[in-house]
Ligand binder design. Structure first.
Ligand SMILES: Cc1cc2nc3c(=O)[nH]c(=O)nc-3n(C[C@H](O)[C@H](O)[C@H](O)COP(=O)(O)O)c2cc1C
Ligand SMILES: CCCCCCC(=O)C(=O)O
Length: 349
């Protein structure tokens, strides 16, 4: 059978393979899923206004982020529970990311321990995503594990002081991993697996404590408000990710790409600004970069690739997006992803 030739087709293939409760966990969002839909729809409302006769035979796609090189400006966003999608789980995802020469942000809620992910994918450029735990000693243990695994950055998720309310999970009664799977990073020194806890009282002081705890660059994920972006600069943050958690946390917040220009303006080039949420096509990547993103992350597209065809599926999704970015750049008359400006995008009035 013909392999899927778009993220959309990968989603259909994944859906056909996954247990419906697991598909809904991956696909779903919070509340009425207004933001979930908005993330994709907002890209559709932005029109590209290409230039002509300015192309290059081979446009430049590579980006360097916090010292890590990616062959294309499309990173693997952190997503939990990859072994629900494929038995090889995060090992397969990391191998595919390494083969595609991009950065994978490993979720703290991964079903393979971050050290084992690193060992399974030599050469992979890994960053580690952290939910600050109410127990500071356990948070520190997680940071040390990320450092020992060779991760290049600590991605602190700021949009989840509590878990979003997701009706699809309620309908299926999906609240936990099935027997045999667990969040492997959550083992304490005795080997016991702790539950992931959310920290309703998470604050800027936690970011300061992390800044004192590690020399890894800290990336703050889940920033939407320009004032928070400005404030982050005073707390030693090395990059920001404009994200609404794929519409899974607070419903009815703006689409990620709608929030992007305000954050980009607020930080005024002092730190890289990344975006995730709703990126499904190379043209979405160009729009985000034209509006000031240094790169984008993809969450569900990677999970669809993994569920559809394991490592090969993730590789194909990443390769497809890369090829689409290359074509879109050429069609826009741009020689490099670094040459894109806001004049490439017509925003609706
Ligand atoms: C199934 C799933 C699990 C996720 N798990 C995490 C996580 O563990 N940590 C985190 O910071 N974000 C998590 N996210 C949010 C993603 O990092 C990212 O913000 C979002 O998926 C981007 O939207 P997209 O799926 O439209 O690309 C998760 C998203 C999904 C869909
Ligand atoms: C109790 C485990 C929580 C994992 C959260 C993963 C996540 O962020 C998501 O959106 O789902």
């Amino acid at each position: 059978m013909r392999p899927p030739s778009s993220v959309r087709e990968f989603e259909a293939a994944a859906r056909a393979r996954l247990d419906p409760a697991h598909y809904d966990y991956f696909a779903g969002g919070a509340g009425e899923e207004v933001t979930l839909r908005a993330n994709e729809a907002a890209f559709g409302r932005l029109a590209l206004l290409p230039r002509v006769l300015g192309g290059a035979a081979k446009p430049e796609l590579g980006v360097t982020l916090l010292g890590d090189r990616a062959a294309a400006p499309v990173l693997v966003a952190p997503t939990a529970f990859h072994r629900l999608a494929h038995p090889e789980g995060e090992k397969a995802t990391a191998r595919a990311a390494a083969a595609a020469e991009t950065i994978m942000i490993v979720s703290m809620a991964s079903t393979v321990a971050v050290g084992d992910v690193a060992a399974a994918a030599p050469g992979a450029r890994l960053w580690f995503q952290l939910y600050v735990q109410p127990d500071p000693a356990f948070t520190e243990l997680l940071v040390r594990r990320a450092e020992e695994a060779g991760c290049g950055a600590l991605v602190v998720t700021a949009d989840s002081p509590v878990r979003g309310r997701r009706d699809r999970d309620e309908r299926h009664g999906f609240h936990d991993l099935p027997t045999g799977l667990c969040c492997e990073n959550m083992r304490d020194e005795t080997g016991r697996v702790r539950p992931i806890e959310f920290s309703p009282a998470i604050s800027w002081e936690h970011v300061d404590r992390l800044r004192d705890m590690t020399s890894l660059p800290i990336v703050l994920k889940g920033v939407l408000h320009p004032a928070d972006a400005r404030r982050a600069l005073g707390h030693g943050v090395s990059a920001l990710i404009v994200s609404n958690h794929g519409g899974r946390q607070l419903d009815t917040v703006p689409a990620a790409v709608e929030a992007l220009p305000g954050v980009v303006e607020a930080v005024a080039g002092t730190v890289p600004v990344l975006l995730d949420g709703g990126v499904r096509r190379g043209t979405d990547v160009l729009k985000a970069m034209a509006l000031g993103a240094s790169a984008v992350g993809v969450g569900r597209p990677v999970v669809w690739g993994l569920a559809a065809d394991g490592e090969r599926g993730v590789r194909r999704v990443l390769d497809l997006l890369r090829a689409e970015v290359e074509d879109a750049l050429t069609l826009c008359g741009a020689r490099s992803v670094h040459d894109l400006g806001a004049d490439l995008v017509l925003r609706p009035c």
